[in-house]
Ligand binder design. Structure first.
Ligand code: NAD
Length: 335
């Protein structure tokens, strides 16, 4: 197929080109994000390959369809950025990469948690500055603490296994119980109980209308004083303004974020030297007890190889008219 890859970085091109030796698709790379303004660039391409911060709303999809595109290949798991109903109406197929490395994301979650708890970012800067004082670097033992895990799918399960290795108690919440999590000792509780009992809360559920702003003023009010909140899932799970309010009162002790609701204009770009226009994000950056990474939890060589492999295999299966296990079907149509 003739494929237009959007939001391309050098690493995408490297891994896709390597994998394409097995598939022989005709691939062109575009640095632009996919949205209404850039959609005409895809004219004449059978498939469009996009990432997390591309926008495939109805208007964008209509332009793509007029240009001859029939396949949307997401090189990510989440599909909250695609209007699936519109894609269905236009007869476009949407494929995704449901799993590329739950280990990459779960391990990055742990990295944020440990760095935040032991203030590694601040300690690193201090030591480089010849300051070996320990004041302000006090952490706590993870052993024996209760970790609340919201979403116990592939990533949540790996994260729970790691936490059990640390000797933590795990309280879990999901709309569907994962028996493998129970088998390693996670205890399923309702969401308010998870908020009330956890020392650390980590989010691993998808963003959808039910989970949007699940961490809001009411949820924060229920939490233990000094709670640590980690989000490596999707920014929209947290109301960032309420998070800031909780940090200011000291109710929230530590925050680790790999995602941010308005990240599309920030993440994956080198904006050094530019003025950040998002005041909420700038305020979050100003807290000593907040660590933010720019949506890099997935970013391991293993994951990039798996993403490229699955993406091109998805497109090859669709081209051959064979069933593709990674087709995204709107919920209403599943029923
Ligand atoms: P998954 O589908 O295996 O698991 C998601 C789990 O969330 C499922 O068990 C599902 O039942 C549960 N869930 C759905 N609705 C829920 C609700 N209302 N409340 C609680 N739980 C609910 O997905 P996964 O592979 O584990 O990925 C989890 C999320 O991680 C993805 O949705 C994606 O947003 C995010 N992610 C982030 C990165 C990154 O680089 N930061 C990379 C990959 C995935």
């Amino acid at each position: 197929m003739k494929i237009a890859v959007f939001s391309t970085k050098a690493y995408d091109r490297r891994f896709l080109d390597e994998e394409n030796e097995k598939h022989n698709h005709e691939i062109d790379y575009f640095e632009a994000h996919m949205r209404v303004a850039s959609a005409p660039l895809a004219k004449g391409y059978d498939a469009v390959c996009v990432f997390v911060n591309d926008t495939l709303d109805e208007s964008t999809l209509e332009i793509l369809k007029q240009g001859g595109t029939s396949v949307i290949a997401l090189r990510c798991a989440g599909f909250n950025n695609v209007d699936l109903q519109a894609a269905q109406r236009l007869g476009m197929l949407v494929v995704r990469v449901p799993a590329y490395s739950p280990y990459a994301v779960a391990e990055h979650t742990v990295a944020l948690m440990l760095a935040m708890n032991r203030k590694i970012h601040r300690a690193h800067n201090r030591v480089h500055d010849g300051n070996f004082a320990l004041d302000g670097l006090l952490g706590f033992d993870l052993h024996g603490k209760t970790v609340g895990v919201v979403g116990t799918g592939k990533i949540g399960e790996v994260f729970i296994r790691i936490m059990k290795g640390f000797g933590c108690h795990v309280h879990a919440y999901d709309i569907a119980v994962n028996p493998a999590c129970e088998a390693v000792g996670a205890k399923y509780v309702d969401l308010p109980t998870l908020f009330e009992t956890s020392d650390i809360i980590s989010l691993h559920c998808p963003l959808n209308p039910d989970t949007h702003h699940m961490i809001d003023e009411v949820a924060i009010e229920r939490m233990k004083k000094g709670v640590m909140i980690i989000n490596t899932s999707r920014g929209g799970l947290i109301d960032a303004a309420e998070l800031i309010a909780g940090l200011k009162t000291g109710k929230i002790g530590n925050v680790g974020l790999d995602v941010y609701e308005e990240e599309a204009d920030l993440f994956f770009e080198d904006l050094s030297g530019k003025v950040i226009q998002d005041d909420v994000f700038a305020r979050l950056l100003s807290f000593p007890n907040v660590i933010i990474t720019g949506h890099q939890a997935f970013f391991t060589s293993n994951a990039l190889q798996n993403i490229s492999d699955t993406t091109l295999t998805n497109i090859s299966l669709v081209e051959a008219g064979k069933p593709c296990p990674n087709l995204v079907v709107p919920e209403a149509l599943k029923a």
